[in-house]
Every structure is written in C-alpha cells, then in structure tokens.
Ligand binder design. Structure first.
Ligand SMILES: [Zn+2]
Length: 316
C-alpha cells in the first residue's frame, strides 16, 4: 500500500456560492462521505489546511488581483469578475486555505512523509488567470503548487495532467512560455464547451513551445476515446519530458451522469486514467503524485468516484 495524504478542511464549506450554484459545498461533503463509507479514511494521512504565504500566490497572480479579491470578498460583494464566480465573505479565507493546504501536501510529498495525495479543496483553480477570476476559480491551486515545487524544492520538471472536462486555461497560460512545466489537458471541445481554449494547435509559445499539449474530445465520447488519446498524446510526451513530480487537476465532470458537460466517462474510465498516471509517476517521478480537485458536480456519483480515486492512489 502507498502512503496517501488526504487534504480536507470544513472551512472549505464556508465558501458560499448561493442556493442554485453547481459548485457547492455538498460536493465536498459527498467526497468525504464516499471515502469514509468505503472504509478508506483510516488508511489516509490527514493533511492540515493552513493559509498560504502570499508570496506563493504572487508567483501566479497579480498583486492587484489578489487585493481586489480580498477586498470584494471581505466587503460582502457577491461576485468577482463574472457572474459564474459567486462568493461570500468566507471565500477569501477558503481560497487561501485551499492554496495553503495544497502546498502543505506538496511539502509532505517532497519530505517523503507521504507518496501521493488527494486534495479535496474548494474553490477550484484551473480557470483562474493571472489577474482574473473565471469558471468558479479564484486562485490557481495547481499552478501555484508547481511554482512552489520549483522554487522551494528545486524540482526541475513538473508535469501537470488536467482531466477535468473543461480546459484549464489559467494553468496553460501560466506555463505556456515555460519549458520546465509540461501542461497536458484532455477536455471537451468544441461544441459550446467552456472556456473555448485548448485546441490541438495550442502547443506553447517561445521557449515553452512543445511543452503544452491538448487532446480536445468531441461531445459524447467515453472511456475508449480517452484511453486512445492519453496513450497517444500524454504517455509518450511524459516519456520524453520525464517529470519529477506529477500534479493532477482532478475533475469528475466528464462522467456520463454529470450534467455540466456532454462526456460519457464511466467510473472505470476514471480509474483507468488514474492507474495510468500512477504508472507514469512510478516510472519517472518516484511515485510523487499530487491530485487536486477541480470540477465534478454530480452529487450522486461523487462519493463512489472519490472512493475509487483514493483506492488507486493507495494502490489498494
Ligand atoms: Zn470542469
């Protein structure tokens, strides 16, 4: 069995998006319930959420944006930058604790206290841009973790895999000029898919050309298409790049029962993806894998998807 860390904090529930918003606190409650009911909690190492040092947030986000977010949240404004991004006075604190918790998980992996981790955080992060909140995201947890691993732990090559059904525009833009972070995303595209980026020809720019890779998937596709594209586009790319840590933007919204998009992945399809990522982590990264929650909105499926996810991490 692997030593798997689990990050969760009830303060992540306090980020209140209002009564009709899909990115709601019940998502995390469903995830915790699924892991608990499957009897997996005793096998996990608890990771404590803590506030992130602002200097790490500033490696990805503009100071002006950070201040605006703080001021808007604490003063009780209900949205930041767009109508999707509903918030409350506790959103600022939850977002800081999400980043800080993910950095703590990264630290524990680097000090070999754990092999890998699943971070059940809110708000999610992969749509957040340097100076703009987007798509339910405020701080880009995954991008900040990659910067932290590089600057604090001297990791030279970080591989990011994003299988949320939406393209992680914020993460791609953070690293598109950077040859030391490989960003791979598989997502629904086109056909009205949010956010509209992530086409096949987006491969990075300048020194980062060739270190961004996107596998757009047409609506209605499922396990077979995902397996074929991951084998073709991701596995060989990481064979060459040899990431020293793999960070995963874990979204469960490509599930066939998730109404946020039109993809048809099964529970087994998600487990196959994770087993493949675990194999790559073994091969290139001494097993170091940091999974961070992004989307996934089907409250009926989230408990079993989270339990399956953790089972693969534990190698149980
Ligand atoms: Zn999503």
């Amino acid at each position: 069995m692997k030593r798997t860390g689990f990050l969760y904090d009830p303060r992540y529930l306090l980020h209140d998006t209002g009564p009709y918003h899909p990115e709601r606190s019940e998502r995390l409650e469903a995830i915790v319930k699924g892991i608990t009911d499957a009897g997996l909690m005793p096998h996990l190492t608890k990771i404590k959420a803590r506030r992130a040092d602002q200097r790490w947030i500033e490696t990805v986000h503009a100071p002006e944006y950070i201040h605006r977010f703080e001021e808007f949240s604490l003063s009780g404004r209900r949205t930041l930058d767009c109508d999707d991004n509903q918030m409350s006075p506790d959103t600022w604190e939850a977002a800081n604790l999400a980043v800080g918790g993910v950095l703590e998980a990264a630290r524990m992996i680097m000090t070999d206290e754990i092999d890998n981790a699943f971070c059940a955080v809110r708000p999610p992060g992969h749509h957040a841009e340097r100076g703009e909140a987007m798509g339910f995201c405020y701080f880009n947890n995954v991008a900040i973790a990659a910067k932290y691993l590089q600057m604090e732990w001297k990791v030279e090559r970080v591989g990011i895999v994003d299988f949320d059904v939406h393209h992680g525009n914020g993460t791609q833009h953070t690293f598109e000029k950077d040859a030391s972070v490989f960003y791979y995303s598989i997502h629904q595209h086109p056909s009205f898919a949010y956010p509209g980026t992530g086409r096949e020809f987006e491969l990075g720019t300048e020194a980062g050309y060739g270190y961004t890779k996107n596998s757009p998937v047409l609506p209605g596709q499922g396990d077979e298409t995902y397996q074929r594209l991951i084998q073709k586009d991701l596995v060989p790319a990481f064979q060459t790049f040899e990431p020293q840590v793999i960070i995963v933007s874990t979204g469960f919204d490509a599930h066939k029962d998730d109404e946020m998009a039109d993809m048809s992945l099964s529970n087994d399809g998600f487990s196959w993806i994770m087993r493949t990522l675990m194999k790559m982590a073994e091969q290139h990264a001494k097993g170091r894998l940091l999974s961070v929650l992004e989307g996934g909105y089907c409250l009926e499926r989230l408990p079993e998807l989270a339990a399956d996810h953790v089972k693969v991490l534990l190698d149980a």
